[in-house]
Ligand binder design. Structure first.
Ligand SMILES: Nc1ncnc2c1ncn2[C@@H]1O[C@H](COP(=O)(O)OP(=O)(O)OP(=O)(O)O)[C@@H](O)[C@H]1O
Ligand SMILES: [Mg+2]
Length: 489
């Protein structure tokens, strides 16, 4: 197109309404703080300090790092929405993409974002976005202001950055009193959730000792989703997609096989076992998505021990549609088939572990394992039969000759206790229509013989044929065989 040919009109975004729009991107407190930490990591910080300072409605959340820092001009550039073009290539270790995170994450939680920063050999400098001022002035203007108590905060560092969130209107009503213990407790609880989230999102950086993240005074410990230190965790072989995406599956041990009860509890993670199954998508070692089947499968109880690591380089951001919040990813069509087939194989191992409660069935001392119930399939339909070869059943037949009551009762008791409920549940989840219809291929002679036996017994007890037939129709499964009952003589 020849742009020179056309008349032009400027359509500059309205500052006051645009900043409000930025607030609506849908961050949670934890994704917002994680986005700020991303910037610290991209700036090669070694230590990151997260602090919450309770002052009621005037509380602060601060995130400080000892990374490269910025001089005054660079802070102004960093504060510009769209500071960088999302299409530009970035170094492999840069966790940013859109040039927006600092602003959008902060505005999602607070009305005042202040950045104090110091580059090596420069004096520290600060600038703030104040949404009340933007609303009033309708200008894209920063204020050279920071809450006074923070001005000297970087004095002990060669370089670094402090991000201060104040006027946390999305977290605390402005008028909250500092003495409001209830509000204080809620504030603490909300932030504790963030701590667990950070322990998960950045676990690889913490494990590799690339960074330390401090929560107040305490260092945050990494939370690794894959339980790699548990003996019974089953690691699956790594597979690549197109050379750049890496998948590695893990099947966690069954509860009974964890080293300690505490380890089992800890491995559960922030959403509980069923919720934490699925893919764990990492972008340059930073976890984007935790426990999500990416639309390929549903979450199901019997796959709750399956977790699959996916590693993406940041060069695939646009293919995987990484979002501004760094909390979503959509696998491109070319990857889906391979993801699905890899996940299916890991899931089948996972459901085995779940089903056998961690017991591995195999030969022992030359003898084959003897299940009481056998799962069978015929014409694509599943059903269960009692294992007639089971040696207990053989022995009970012998017992039945001398003590029939005891033999039958024992048999029934064992059958009741050993009903393969988990396996039934798993089979059922594959769709109702895959189950064989009960009695569909049963020999009618057996039914007839049994009915005759019961009918004769009723007559012997003094019932009329009509009464006996009516009675049989109330008994499962004979209620389904009214025709056979009517034929009885
Ligand atoms: N803690 C920090 N230390 C040094 N520089 C920082 C820090 N935080 C932000 N910056 C600078 O500000 C810029 C803008 O940050 P912002 O988070 O808004 O966007 P981004 O990280 O480039 O991309 P994204 O929107 O994906 O987060 C960064 O590219 C970086 O140059
Ligand atoms: Mg960023």
């Amino acid at each position: 197109m020849d742009y020179n040919k056309y008349k032009k009109a400027e359509a500059i975004p309205d500052a006051s309404s645009m900043v409000e729009t930025f607030r609506a991107i849908g961050y949670s407190l934890e994704t917002a703080i994680a986005d700020i930490i991303d910037n610290s990591i991209s700036a090669q910080a070694k230590n990151i300090y997260i602090n919450r300072i309770w002052r009621g409605g005037k509380s602060y959340i601060t995130i400080k790092d000892d990374g490269a820092g910025m001089n005054s001009k660079e802070i102004i550039q960093a504060m510009r929405p769209g500071a960088q073009n999302p299409l530009s290539d970035r170094p492999e270790t840069d966790l940013g993409r859109f040039g927006l995170g600092l602003k959008t994450a902060s505005f999602s939680q607070c009305r005042k974002l202040s950045v104090l920063s110091k580059r090596k050999d420069y004096a520290s400098a600060y600038w703030s976005w104040d949404l009340d001022y933007v609303a009033q002035s309708d200008k894209w203007e920063l204020l050279q202001w920071i809450p006074e108590e923070f001005t000297n905060e970087l004095d002990n560092l060669l370089s670094g950055t402090l991000v201060v969130w104040s006027d946390l209107d999305r977290i605390l009503p402005r008028q909250t009193a500092a003495t409001d213990e209830n509000a204080k407790r809620k504030f603490s609880a909300l932030l504790d959730k963030v701590k667990n989230h950070i322990a998960m999102i950045f676990h690889r950086f913490i494990e590799e000792k690339a960074i330390k993240i401090f929560w107040g005074e305490n260092e945050i410990e990494a939370w690794n989703p894959f339980c790699i230190n548990e003996n019974k965790t089953q690691e699956q072989p790594t597979e690549n997609i197109n050379g750049s995406v890496r998948m590695k599956g893990y099947v966690l041990p069954h509860k009974n096989n964890f080293s300690t009860e505490q380890a089992y509890k800890k491995a559960e993670g922030i959403n509980g076992y069923p919720g934490m199954q699925g893919f764990y998508v990492y972008r340059s070692k930073r976890l984007l998505l935790a426990g999500d089947w990416l639309g390929l499968f549903r979450k199901e109880e019997h796959y709750k021990l399956v977790r699959i690591q996916i590693d993406l380089p940041n060069s695939l951001d646009s293919d995987w549609q990484i979002d501004i919040k760094k909390s979503k990813a959509y696998p491109p069509a070319v990857c889906r088939e391979q993801l699905e087939s890899y996940a299916k194989s890991v899931r089948s191992i996972g459901s085995e572990v779940y089903r056998h409660r961690g017991k591995i069935l195999r030969q022992r001392a030359g003898h084959n394992f003897q299940p009481l119930w056998l799962d069978k399939a015929k014409d694509g339909k599943w059903f269960f039969v009692i294992n007639r070869e089971h040696s207990m059943i053989q022995d009970l037949k012998m017992l039945a000759k001398s003590k029939p009551e005891q033999a039958i009762e024992t048999l029934l008791k064992f059958l009741e206790e050993a009903i393969p409920t988990k396996k039934i549940y798993i089979s059922e989840a594959q769709g109702e229509e895959t189950q064989k219809t009960p009695f569909s291929d049963m020999d009618t002679n057996i039914i007839k013989q049994t009915l005759t036996l019961m009918f004769d017994n009723q007559i012997a007890q003094g019932k009329t044929p009509v009464q006996a037939k009516a009675y049989l129709k109330t008994i499962e499964p004979f209620n389904n065989y009214e025709d056979l009952i009517e034929e009885l003589k």
